[in-house]
Design a protein around this ligand. Sequence first.
Ligand code: AMP
Length: 264
Amino acid sequence: MSQATKTDRAGWLQGPPAECAPIPAKTQSPWRLVLLGAPGVGKGTQASLLHERLGACHLSTGDVFRAAAGRSECEQTPAMRMAFEFMRRGELVPDSTVWDMVRERSGCIRCGGGFILDGFPRTLAQAEALRRHMESERLSLNAVVNYELPLEEIVSRLSGRRTCQKCKAIFHVISQPSRQEGVCDYCGGGLFQREDDRPESITVRLQAYERSTAPLIKFYKDLSLLVSVAATGSPDAICERTLTALERVARPSSSTRSASPSQG
Ligand code: AMP
C-alpha cells in the first residue's frame, strides 16, 4: 500500500461536468470502501488518511452539501436549499435528495481509482440503492469499515472539533489545537465550528445515527463485508489498525472490473 497523489475531488464536490485534478489513476485493483461510525468517530480524518495510503478518492456526502451551501442562492437548487435546513438541525437529509445527488456523481463510483465513501450510505434505503447501482455496474465493495468509540468520547470530539473553511483540515481545541487559535496550520484559512457540531445538534445527530445508521451494521454483516475497528488512539494508529484489518479480510481482487476514470 503506497503513498498516493491527493486529488481535489472536483467531480465529487461540484458534480458533473467538473473534472478532478489530477484525474485518479486507474488501478488494477481499486479499493471500494464504505466507512461507518457515529458522527465524531473520525471517519473524515480516516477517509483522508486512507486516501493517501490506498489512492481511492475520499467521497463525503456531507462535504458536497457544505460545498453547495457556500454557493450563491441562484446556484442552489430548491432540493439543496431544503437539504441545508435538515442539516442545520442535525437531521438526516431525505433519502431521495441524497440519492439524486450521489447518482448525479456516479462517475465517481465507477472511477477506476476506487472510492472511500464517508457519510454515505446512512440508511438502509441508501444502502440498497448503492447495492443495486453497483450491481448494475458490475462493481462490488471490498469492505465496510465500522469505527467503534464510546459515547462520552464521541461527544467530546464533536464539541471541540474545528474545521478549516478553505482546505477542510480538521483540528480539535484540546487534542489537536492549531498553532495559532482560529487559524489553519496548513493554509492559513479561518477555523470554524460546524453548525451541526453545536451541543443542541449533536444530540439530534447521535439519535439519528442510532435510528437510521446502526441497522446498516447488520445489513453489511449479513453480506460478510463488515470490518470493525476501534477508533481509539491517534489518527495514525487508527489508520494503521484499519489497514491491517483490511489486509486480513479484504484485498481487492484484480478481477473486479475497473472502469474508466470518472468525469471528475
Ligand atoms: P457529515 O459531514 O457526514 O456528518 O454530514 C453532515 C450532515 O449532512 C448530516 O448531519 C446530514 O444532515 C447531511 N448528510 C450527509 N450525508 C447524508 C446522508 N448520506 N444521508 C442523509 N443526510 C446526510
